[in-house]
Design a protein around this ligand. Structure first.
Ligand code: 2RA
Length: 329
């Protein structure tokens, strides 16, 4: 399998290479792709050096699949060109997610909708992925009516510039700012840009993508996305109201029995999910599961996952694995 990784020198691209190797994805030839300034750089994959190439050269090398994490603009311009050349694209940007003709895929939930016609497949936003992985089995059983979510997002979601900003702040160095304010000892309620309605794009992704992935436009969602100075993963406080009542122990059994979920929930011994433990892992960790006594059929939960792995690279590669296993590649 000839695999192109587009954005190979970025944070997500680097994790994609790590996960491809860890999961022994059948890469016969790696084609690392990046912007002009990185062309010619060497990327080592499984002990072998590969030269970074530009976009058109990557197409000319005829990969079977291209894993994109290079921003929406690059994806809007180049994903169709890769697809026209017969190359299946799995894209991590928001460019195609809400396109009615494109699948927005979390393998545990809706990979079965994929066909060989899908040549550009959208990988959902990291904060959406971890939430729908945890909520999908509960939606199936109890039917979700409304979700109120607050996120506490890792600086790695913004990229290298944000990681550098926090490093500089901790070292007392004045440097380039990824955020409008210092991130050290701060919480910034501003992830991505603001839309007309006063919500950020990040918050609206949680609304729109959740409805698309769960295939239910009746689900009401409202979100507040906050950036905090952590780097191990995104955390989410989720309040979810169902159409039907539930039993908390049954909820925990359902979650424990679901692919990709690890329930960490025992307050007697201070057991609950945290980014420092989710870091570098592929699971979605769920804890603090408790009934919300303020209204019927409602519970609270705390969801943590590594945004660079299940939130981006691993979900992308799990989609590629599904395509391979289903002979859609
Ligand atoms: C963020 N989810 O965390 C967005 C993009 N990775 O900034």
């Amino acid at each position: 399998m000839k695999v192109a990784v587009v954005g190979a020198t970025g944070l997500v691209g680097e994790v994609m290479l790590k996960v491809l190797a860890e999961r022994n994805f059948p890469v016969s030839e790696l084609i690392p792709v990046a912007s002009e300034r990185s062309i010619g750089k060497l990327i080592t994959y499984k002990g072998k050096d590969y030269k970074v190439v530009g976009m058109q050269d990557a197409i000319n090398l005829k990969p079977n699949i291209a894993l994109f994490s290079a921003g929406g603009g690059t994806s809007l311009e180049w994903a169709p060109k890769f697809a026209e050349a017969g190359i299946t694209v799995i894209d991590n940007s928001s460019a195609w997610r809400m396109d009615q003709s494109k699948q927005l895929v979390v393998p545990e939930i809706n990979a079965h909708h994929l066909t060989s016609e899908d040549k550009i497949i959208a990988n959902p936003n990291c904060s959406t992925i971890q939430m729908v992985v945890a909520l999908a089995p509960l939606h199936k059983k109890y039917k979700i009516k409304r979700i109120v979510v607050s996120t506490y997002q890792s600086i790695t979601g913004t990229g290298v510039k944000a990681v550098k900003q926090l490093e500089n702040e901790l070292a007392g160095i004045k440097g380039e700012m990824a955020y409008p304010y210092p991130i050290h000892q701060n919480a910034i309620p501003h992830c991505d840009v603001f839309e007309e309605n006063g919500y950020t794009k990040e918050e609206m992704k949680l609304v729109r993508e959740t409805q698309k992935i769960l295939d239910d436009r009746t689900i009401a969602v409202t979100a507040t996305a906050v950036r905090i100075p952590t780097s191990g993963g995104h955390s989410e406080s989720v309040n979810v109201e169902f159409e039907n009542d539930f039993d908390i122990s049954e909820v925990k059994q359902l979650l424990n029995a679901s692919d990709g979920i690890v329930v960490q929930d025992n307050i007697d011994v201070n057991t609950y999910p945290m980014p420092i433990y989710a870091n570098g892992k592929d699971d979605v960790f769920v804890g603090r599961i408790r009934r919300d006594g303020s209204q019927p059929n409602t519970l609270n939960m705390w969801i943590v996952s590594d945004n660079l792995r299940k939130g981006a690279a691993t979900n992308t590669i799990q989609i590629a694995e599904y395509l391979l296993e289903s002979k859609l590649l």
